[in-house]
Each structure stands twice: as structure tokens, then as C-alpha cells.
Write a protein that binds this ligand. Sequence first.
Ligand code: C6P
Length: 415
Amino acid sequence: MQEISREQRQLEDQKILSKFLIFKSADFTYLDNAATTQKPECVLQAMNNYYRTQNANPLRGLYKLSIAATDAYEDAREEVRKFLNAESTEEIVFTRNATESLNLVAYSYGRAFIKEGDEIVITIMEHHSNMLPWQQLAKEKGAKLTYIMPEEDGTITEEVFRSYMNPHVKLVAMTQVSNVLGCRNDVKTFARIAHENGAVFVCDGAQSVPHIKVDVQDLDVDFLAFSGHKIYGPMGIGAFYGKKELLDKMPPFLFGGEMIEYVTTEGATWNELPHKFEAGTVNAGGAVGLGEALRYVSSIGMDRIEEREAHLTKLLMEEMKKVPHVHILGSQDPEKHYGIVTFTIDGVHPHDIAAIFDEHNVDIRAGHHCAQPLMKFCGTPSTTRASIGLYNTEEDIYKFIEALKLIRGEMGYNG
Ligand code: C6P
């Protein structure tokens, strides 16, 4: 990662911040980017423009406006393909979010190919969205669900991963970056080992795709899910990548309009990829917004985004470590956090911490972060989390630290 000078960084900060008008609407510091991100003007304008000039039901009409809507929708798919470096747009399926993507894979691939006695391997650090679909599948099929236990800081070594492989393992599902510990799993190595073992590899990219370069061909994962709203796009649109050879043999997930080729009173045949998995009227406006968001982050460059966020993560953790009674979950090394820093403060409930931060206009998240089994593994029912996005600046970090220093005092502690 290429470091830049202080002046260059400040110029870059200003250029980026000028695109996010929400920060001009009120005085607040936004550090809840792992939950959702703010939207740049170009995304709002692209969606506005779509609804003002191109809106019709895509993929159906034979008139000019519907063709324009179809083109806008399919252009967005091409943006996603490029962004993830998938081989073909047939491998990109639009959904509502990462949750729907992971459920779709569990319902369609899982119900068709996982059988009684098979084993599904996930990790204890999974978000509920990459845990419950596999739990339900395992229960329904009489399959075994195994949880990989990482080291305390979230590390899963190659040796540990290999120890979970056996001939019964038919599917591995794993997040690339944990939404709580911020640690990054070596998905490329684990996917290779899973394949050698005869298992497919499902990657939850919800917290990685917005922050690091993700290349599905390089990682050689079989499926990868992400959400538009965490990468500066709108809510209600997400996507997943699936290898064509797998998508081809998977049954549809939802049935209805547009996913069919031919219907009789007795049955139906299915549309070609990816439409087989996109039943009903699609979220074309959302897809347009997502496509524009991907163009926007690409214009900055994923390398720059990663460097900016790594720089701020380092600053954040260094400053947090100076504050007494604050404990950072997971690794103490900022390079292993990818913008996500979860913490506790002695004697203060995470909800009180978040409320006090809010009084100081700093937005962070408190609770179990939809990862209750991980909380249990970490020995705490809930925590507080700050998470960084591409528009955050050093000033945001110092505002956070100022508020952090006040928390115990405001709860009545001396020091
Ligand atoms: N995590 C967080 O604050 P959806 O809700 O479908 O857009 O994303 C689900 C999801 C899946 N995997 C991971 C690793 C995630 O972090 C999330 C969403 C948010 O941590 C909301 S709970």
C-alpha cells in the first residue's frame, strides 16, 4: 500500500467528503460503516436519473423505455462483474442483500446437493446471516454442522483449517472479514483446501468487498455474497457471484415472473442465467445505484481506500490503547482489523457507551452485532464497535477519542 503525504491526504479527504452531502446536513461523526454506509451524490443522482428518464418494468417490455430500463439494469450487472472480476455476467445474480444471497445459496444449492450424513463447516465468527441458513439446512437434511474455532484474536491457521477437513465435508461457508473482530480469513488458501477435499466454498463478502480488492477468480471461491448498502450503494440491493457450472445445475430459489422459459399447466422450464434466480420485478433503480457506487469506489481505487482505512485504523487503535479501562476485542495489531474496532469499557454497558457517544454526536454501534455465538466465544454478551469508511478522516478519529475519554466519568467513575 502506498502511503501519501499529510497534504495529499487532506486534499483527498476534502475531495471525498464533498461528494457526501449528508455530512453537510448536520454535525456528526459517522463511525458505523460496517452497519451501513452513506451515499455519494453520484449514486443519488444516478437513481434519480433512472426514475426520471428510464423507468419501466425491465426485461419484459418491447418499447423503448423498457429497453432503456433493461439496459440500465444489465449495465449495473456488468459493473458488478467487472468489480469482482467474474468471468461472465451470467455469474452475477442480484438479490436484496448479503443475507438473501446466502439464503439463496443455502436453499438452492444446499437443498439440492447436501445430503444426510454430509458435513457443513462454518466458523464461530460468522454473522447470523452466514450461520442460520446453514443451521436450518443441516437440521432439515440430517447433515452435521461444524464450527471452526479460531485463536482468541480471530486467526484461523491453515493447519487448523485442514484439521476440520474430512471426506464428509461437502460445503464450507466463511466470512472474508469478520464484522466484529475485523480479522481477515485467508479465503484463497481455504477455498483451495476445501476444493482438494471435494467441498464447495461459500464466501461472505459483506465486510470485505467494500474495503479490499476482491477478485473471485483469484480467490477461486464458488459463491461470494455482498450488500450494496455497505459499499455506498442503496439499501435493498445486493448480489452474489456463483460459478456458472454450479448455477447451471442449481434449481431456482423463487418461482414466478421472468425466471421461466416456458410454462404449461403441468410445469415449467427455467430462464437462462442469471434470470433463473431473479423472479418477479427486479430492483432496477437499486441496481443502477449500486452500479454507480462501484464506479465511484473504482474511481478512487480499492488500493487507496484500503490505505486510507488502514491509516485511520492504526490511528484509532493507537489512541484507544492510551485510554484506561478500554479493551479492544481480537488482535491488538491494527493491520488485522480492516477498519473494524470492537471494544468494551470496564464497568460500562455497551448501550450506555453508545448513548454517551450519541450525546457527543458520534455514531457507533452497540450490541451483539448479529454474532451471538461469537460474543459467547469472546466471553461477553455485547460490545461496542467503531467502523471506518472511505470518507472518514483523522478529525473523526480524534472526535471519537475525545468522547471515549469522557465515558467513564459521565457514568460516575473517577478515572
Ligand atoms: N452486518 C453489522 O452492523 P445485510 O444485512 O444482508 O446487508 O448483511 C448481512 C451481513 C452478512 N455478513 C456480515 C459479515 C455482515 O457484517 C452483515 C451485516 C451489519 O455488522 C448489520 S448486522
